[in-house]
Design a protein around this ligand. Structure first.
Ligand SMILES: NC(=O)C1=CN([C@@H]2O[C@H](COP(=O)(O)OP(=O)(O)OC[C@H]3O[C@@H](n4cnc5c(N)ncnc54)[C@H](O)[C@@H]3O)[C@@H](O)[C@H]2O)C=CC1
Ligand SMILES: O=C([O-])CC(=O)C(=O)O
Length: 269
């Protein structure tokens, strides 16, 4: 399976590294789309040689990827999604972009018409296998509480509202439906979108978001109840050194999915 990566930041670099070290099953790295003006022109060589690093989307797609992994942010999903899905599967890490109903609808239509798949990895959250299975029956509740340390909110709109350095107690900065949280925190609450897509949708999934000076990991707590029974889980993601908003687990989850999609054995669905 030939893989293309859009975005060579925290997640994209880790995903490329895993693939090039041969840790992504049958997947090989064909190309990386970098932002225009970026000087990075090469990355690690792998079993199929060096991938093409380019800022040209046409050149990127000319490498004929079977699957493209988006690791670049919401705007990249909107900018490239439909064009990717005409010829390849599209794995979207910035799942919050799909809170835009029109975009989600267009991506689904293009995927269907061209026989390709829109794939959302579990990334920073867990339990989506069970939530997705549970949503086959009636569900009363799916809720999420996301908590991250102050430094994870630098560069977000929260920075303008709070003195992040001076916090001594957790502060709730959002409470509402996942459709709003996914749009309000494009770089840091994509988990609410993945949870919504797996379960009962963006409007019925409820979310609370906290800046918490008492923790060092990015924590996501999920509660679900329905015909299936109930589920309560909490994950603590180690923030990556390059970007404290993003856990290392995100790239690992992408790799797990590449193994599944490229190989003869699937587990964790
Ligand atoms: N589903 C989940 O659980 C998670 C999703 N995310 C999503 O992943 C995104 C990326 O996260 P990081 O790698 O930590 O961010 P990052 O900021 O470290 O890297 C993003 C990279 O994408 C590049 N980029 C942006 N627009 C581009 C474009 N149009 N074409 C090519 N390259 C482009 C940037 O130059 C940068 O190198 C976040 O914005 C967030 O939306 C992040 C963490 C968890
Ligand atoms: O990595 C995390 O803990 C979650 C995250 O940034 C996101 O959901 O966008």
């Amino acid at each position: 399976m030939r893989v293309g990566i859009i975005g060579y930041g925290t997640i994209g670099t880790d995903v490329a590294g895993f693939i090039q070290r041969g840790e992504a099953g049958e997947a090989s790295l064909a190309a990386v789309l970098v932002r225009k003006g970026l000087t990075c022109e090469s990355g690690p060589a792998g079993k199929s040689g060096k991938p093409l690093f380019t800022a040209s989307f046409n050149e990127f797609m000319e490498q004929a990827p079977d699957l493209v992994v988006e690791c670049a942010g919401h705007s990249a999903v909107a900018a490239y999604g439909e064009r990717v899905l005409r010829t390849a599967d599209f794995m979207v890490v910035s799942a919050g972009a799909l809170a835009d109903e029109d975009l989600h609808g267009r991506l689904m239509k293009t995927a269907r018409e061209n026989g390709h798949r829109l794939v959302v990895p579990s990334a920073a959250i867990a339990g989506l296998d069970r939530i997705a299975a549970a949503s086959v029956g009636y569900m009363e509740e799916v809720s999420l509480i996301t908590r991250k340390p102050p430094k994870a909110w630098i560069g977000t709109f929260v920075e303008d509202k709070l003195n992040l350095e001076g916090l001594t107690e957790p502060v709730c900065v959002f409470e509402g439906p996942a459709r709003e949280s996914a749009k309000l925190f494009p770089e840091s609450v994509n988990v609410s979108a993945a949870l919504s897509l797996a379960g009962i949708g963006f409007d019925r999934t409820t979310v609370k978001v906290f800046v918490d000076p008492g923790i060092t990991s990015n924590r996501h707590q999920v509660v679900a109840r329905g015909k299936f029974g109930e589920l309560q889980l909490e994950v603590g993601n180690t923030p990556s050194a390059a970007n404290p908003k993003t856990g290392y687990i995100v790239a690992m989850s992408v790799i797990h999915n590449l193994r599944k999609l490229s190989g003869p054995f699937m587990i964790g669905l």
